[in-house]
Design a protein around this ligand. Structure first.
Ligand SMILES: [Zn+2]
Length: 228
C-alpha cells in the first residue's frame, strides 16, 4: 500500500523556511562523497570560492559538529593555509540551518554543509522496538531537498561508507536526490588508492585515515599509543 503521507512529504517539503525565501528556477543539489581525507572539504571550499568574490559573500556555510557546539567556526581544507579558511556556522541539528537562513537580512543563494553524515537522527524512544521507529525533528535529507526545491544551490559533503564499510543511509539518500555527484578517492600509506576509512584510536581520541582494501580492518580500530 502506498504510504501517502511519505509520498507527499517527498514532493512538498515544509521545513519552516520563511515563505519569501526562494530563488525560483535556480535549484541545484551537489554532493561530494568519499573516504576520510579524500579532499571533500577542499572541493566544497573550491566550489564556494567561486561565489566568494562578489562584494557580498554569496554563500552560507555550515559545519556539522555532533559535540553540541553551536557558533562561529573556521573550516580550513586539509593542508590548506589560513588564507583558505572559510567562515562557517557550527550546527548539530538540521533545524539550526533553517533558523540561520530565516534570520539573515539578505538571503544567500548558496548553502554549503560540511560532514552531513555527522548529523544524528533522533528517534521516538517509545517506538524503537517497532520495525520503523518514528524520526523526531527535521532530517538532513528533507532539509537538502527543501532548499533545492526553493531554488538554493546546496553543496554538501559526507562520508558515504562508515569505517566498517556500511553505507550511511542519509548520505546515500542525498546522492539519490542530487543533480551533481562527486565521488572522490584518497591515497593509502602504501601508495595504493584508498576507498575506505580506517578508525584510529590514539590516546582515546578517534580519527580516521584513508586505506586500501589490504590495509583496511573493518572489525577492529587501529590502536596507537593507547594509554592503559
Ligand atoms: Zn594500503
Amino acid at each position: 500500500m502506498l504510504d501517502n503521507e511519505k509520498f507527499l512529504s517527498r514532493n512538498i517539503i515544509e521545513i519552516g523556511l520563511s515563505p519569501e525565501i526562494k530563488w525560483p528556477g535556480k535549484g541545484e543539489q551537489i554532493v561530494i562523497v568519499g573516504p576520510a581525507l579524500s579532499g571533500k572539504t577542499e572541493k566544497l571550499a573550491y566550489l564556494l570560492d567561486k561565489v566568494r568574490f562578489p562584494k557580498n559573500k554569496g554563500y552560507l556555510l555550515f559545519s556539522v559538529n555532533n559535540e553540541g557546539k553551536y557558533g562561529r567556526t573556521k573550516i580550513r581544507p586539509f593542508n590548506g593555509s589560513p588564507k583558505q579558511e572559510l567562515d562557517a556556522i557550527a550546527v548539530f541539528k538540521p533545524e539550526q540551518i533553517v533558523q540561520s537562513i530565516n534570520k539573515l537580512p539578505i538571503c544567500k543563494r548558496v548553502i554549503g554543509i560540511d560532514n552531513v553524515h555527522l548529523f544524528r537522527e533522533e528517534f521516538d524512544a517509545t517506538l524503537l522496538e517497532k520495525e520503523e521507529p518514528k524520526k523526531i525533528g527535521l532530517g538532513v535529507v528533507d532539509l537538502c531537498n527543501a532548499l533545492f526545491q526553493r531554488g538554493f544551490r546546496v553543496i554538501v559533503t559526507g562520508t558515504d561508507l562508515n569505517w566498517q564499510g556500511f553505507p550511511q543511509r542519509n548520505v546515500l539518500d542525498i546522492v539519490a536526490f542530487s543533480t551533481e555527484v562527486h565521488k572522490l578517492d584518497a591515497i593509502c600509506d602504501c601508495g595504493q588508492k584508498a576507498f575506505r576509512s580506517q578508525l584510529i584510536i590514539n590516546n582515546n581520541k578517534e580519527s580516521f585515515k584513508p586505506v586500501c582494501f589490504e590495509h583496511w580492518n573493518p572489525n577492529f580500530p587501529n590502536i596507537e599509543n593507547s594509554i592503559g
